[in-house]
Design a protein around this ligand. Structure first.
Ligand SMILES: [Zn+2]
Length: 421
């Protein structure tokens, strides 16, 4: 079990006096408070380096914090250790006979899983274990756009090096938006998009798939198999429900799910009735990789499609189906493509690796992976302006938590208003 200090919880009697000390005297900064109705407290987090202090203010006289303060006065209430797998940690403690308050993890603030160890076992300290939200929420997000139904599905967690995901942006800045784990990776998702129209059903990108060798899968934090299949199933869709699969580009985290291995080891298209639509020049790049992009293109993801006769290629930007238009951005790869979905006067855009997460909505927050970052910058600058002004619904393929939303701007600061399911 590798545990990291997450925060120290401090029960507070008089919040004003407490903030006068921590904020004014110590000069620390407090985050906006978070109500935790189940505990009848208001939590005020004060980041201190990679950990935090949590001032706990009771919101009712019968809250456990109010009782704690009444009995023992204000002071340290609990210590929270962050672990990667809380269930495994609890199992390990149980096996050693450690007395637990919670035998199983339960939901805590901000989607985390938490469990308490009994103070008697921890030498008089109430110890909370916490697992950050695993980004494996595969529940589909459904919305309508004009005459289309759009469903954001999820192929599950993917972990990539935080530094590589943010290029020249210093870690002290990006880790405030997405924190890194102890292997310097940030938690991401792979979220393909389903478009349902009167002409049929399309899948845009198809996640990492499940063909990767265990060593690679561990490096990229890809767990288990059939993740996308389960997410589609949750949306009521089988693999044979798709007529078209469209690629933004052919990197393994976008098109690895295009093929799968049968019981006998053969590689076959995952979507048996689909035509796979790929930009011809991207196919050319993917099948002729160089030292800089060799790790990103895995031939087994796409070569079998051509052999099966289900790949179709296009040359220039165009409408692939009525209302679904591909636009080359370049930048990330020479032929990287975003997909405009337009119906009933509204526009949604699947931005793939142009704006992989909501943390990338500022123009210069560009991935280190990009082959042509200046091309990314030029396209992105123009595109985001357009997206704000015309209120495009943006689908963030790699965001760990927010599948889609609107980019807004207020007083020169950008933020994303998430689309609610
Ligand atoms: Zn990607």
């Amino acid at each position: 079990m590798r545990a990291v200090l997450d925060h120290i919880g401090i029960a507070v009697g008089d919040l004003q006096k407490a903030t006068a000390f921590y904020l004014d005297a110590l000069g620390l900064e407090v985050e906006p408070p978070e109500e935790v109705p189940s505990q009848k407290v208001r939590a005020h987090f004060i980041p201190v380096g990679r950990s935090a202090l949590e001032l706990l203010e009771p919101t009712s006289p019968d809250s456990t914090i109010a009782k704690f303060v009444e009995k023992r006065g204000p002071g340290v209430h609990h210590v929270t250790l962050r672990v990667e797998n809380i269930q495994a940690a609890l199992d390990q403690l149980k096996a050693r006979g450690v007395r637990l308050i919670d035998e199983a993890p339960r939901p805590g603030a901000e989607g985390a899983l938490v469990a308490f160890i009994h103070p008697a076992a921890a030498h008089g300290v109430l110890v909370e274990l916490k697992q950050k939200p695993e980004h494996t929420e595969i529940r589909p997000l459904r919305t309508s756009l004009g005459g289309f139904q759009l469903i954001s599905v999820n192929d599950g967690a993917l972990k990539l090096d935080g530094g590589a995901m943010f290029g020249t942006v210093p870690r002290v800045m990006w880790e405030k938006r997405i924190p890194a784990d102890d292997r310097h990776r940030i938690g991401l998702s792979s979220r393909p998009l389903v478009v349902e129209a009167d002409w049929g059903r399309m899948l845009i990108d198809c996640g990492c798939g499940d063909k990767m060798a265990p060593k690679q899968a561990d490096i990229y934090g890809i767990e288990g198999s059939g993740r996308l299949d389960r997410s589609l199933e949750a949306a009521g869709l089988g693999l044979d429900a798709f007529d078209v699969v469209l690629a933004s580009h052919l990197h393994f985290d976008h098109f690895g799910g295009a093929t799968m291995r049968t019981g006998s080891g053969a590689l076959v298209p995952r979507f048996p009735k689909a035509e796979y639509v790929i930009r011809a020049a991207e196919w050319e790049d993917a099948t002729h990789p160089h030292e800089r992009n060799r790790a990103s293109y895995i031939a087994d993801d796409f070569v079998p499609l051509k052999a099966a006769g289900v790949a179709s290629f296009y040359e220039n930007d165009q409408e692939i189906r009525p209302g679904v238009r591909v636009v080359r951005t370049g930048g990330h790869t020479g032929q990287h493509t975003v997909i405009y979905v337009e119906s009933g006067g509204r526009t949604a855009v699947f931005t793939a690796d142009l704006i992989p997460t909501t943390a990338h909505i500022d123009d210069p927050w560009i991935m280190g992976y990009d082959l042509f970052p200046m091309e990314t910058l030029n396209f992105k600058r123009r595109f985001i302006r357009e997206a704000i002004d015309r209120e495009y619904l943006i689908f963030f393929e790699h965001d760990p938590l927010v599948p889609a939303g609107y980019i807004r701007e207020k007083d020169g600061r950008r933020f994303v208003e998430p689309l609610r399911g």
